[in-house]
Design a protein around this ligand. Structure first.
Ligand code: SF4
Length: 250
């Protein structure tokens, strides 16, 4: 017989900024212990490779991107190589990533801009990066934080957004606003790392449709603990509750 799930113990409605900072740090410490090897999932050896990989990763699994870039990075080692490639060839090579017409265009145009305006190098500022065609703030922050030595950058992807909301670290839905909220909570030198930790936890435990709160190391620090499971059960009366211990592999 399965016991009733625990209720969330954290009420963030009157939490001060200082209290939220303390709780956010406590969550990070737990996740750091749980995932000491957390790191960005995309493979790269240079800022250019990470820029291209991040553009290709939109709406696509990172493992699939890695399997494609493994062959393409040696073929296109410089921004000029990407810029000069026949677009039809690029489209065919990027087809498995989905949205390949847009991605081929974005990669090629951003690399042309690198060649024309930045001597073929990836610029080291959020302003210059977000001026590149096809490069938004999230992509720019990924590159700055992981390949250009700016650990203070927060890249809000789907995992960071979902987990920061569930953990009560933000009330916002807009990624730019979430970025600002998290900057207030996380120490500057740990922000990029903190994104990796949320991403690892989001892929393994706090998954999109079915967070596994029972197995979560931060459940006593989370205002959403067990409430999503409860809502689901209430929506589907008569449906059997899945075993809390069932972990899905990535
Ligand atoms: S798994 Fe549950 S308890 Fe853990 S962060 Fe996600 S919603 Fe909160």
């Amino acid at each position: 017989m399965s016991a009733e799930p625990e209720k969330p113990k954290v009420d963030v409605s009157r939490e001060t900024l200082a209290e939220k900072q303390t709780r956010a740090l406590a969550v990070l410490e737990r996740l750091e212990r749980e995932y000491p090897n957390a790191k960005i999932a995309l493979d790269f050896t240079s800022p250019l490779e990470l820029l291209v990989a991040t553009i290709l990763a939109a709406q696509t699994r990172d493992t699939l991107v890695n399997s494609i870039t493994r062959n393409l990075f040696p073929k296109y080692p410089t921004a000029k190589d990407w810029a000069d490639a026949p677009i039809e060839t690029l489209r065919a090579e990027l087809k498995p990533t989905g949205f390949f017409n847009n991605k081929a265009k974005a990669v090629q145009e951003s690399c042309r801009a690198l060649v024309e305006k930045h001597g073929g190098q990836v610029p080291d500022s959020i302003e210059a990066l977000t001026e590149l065609p096809g490069v938004g703030r999230k992509t720019a922050n990924v590159v700055l934080g992981n390949a250009l030595g700016h650990p203070d950058r927060v890249a809000v992807d789907t995992h960071v957004r979902r987990l920061s909301q569930r953990l009560g670290l933000t009330k916002n839905d807009d990624p730019d606003e979430i970025e600002k909220d998290l900057e207030k909570l996380w120490p500057a030198e740990r922000r990029t790392r903190s994104c990796h930790l949320l991403q690892f936890h989001g892929r393994r435990i706090c998954t999109g449709p079915n967070p596994k709160c029972e197995a979560c190391v931060a459940k006593d620090l989370c205002p959403s603990a067990f409430s999503l499971e409860k809502k689901k059960r209430e929506k589907k009366p008569g449906k059997k509750r899945p075993a809390a211990s069932s972990r899905k592999k990535e």
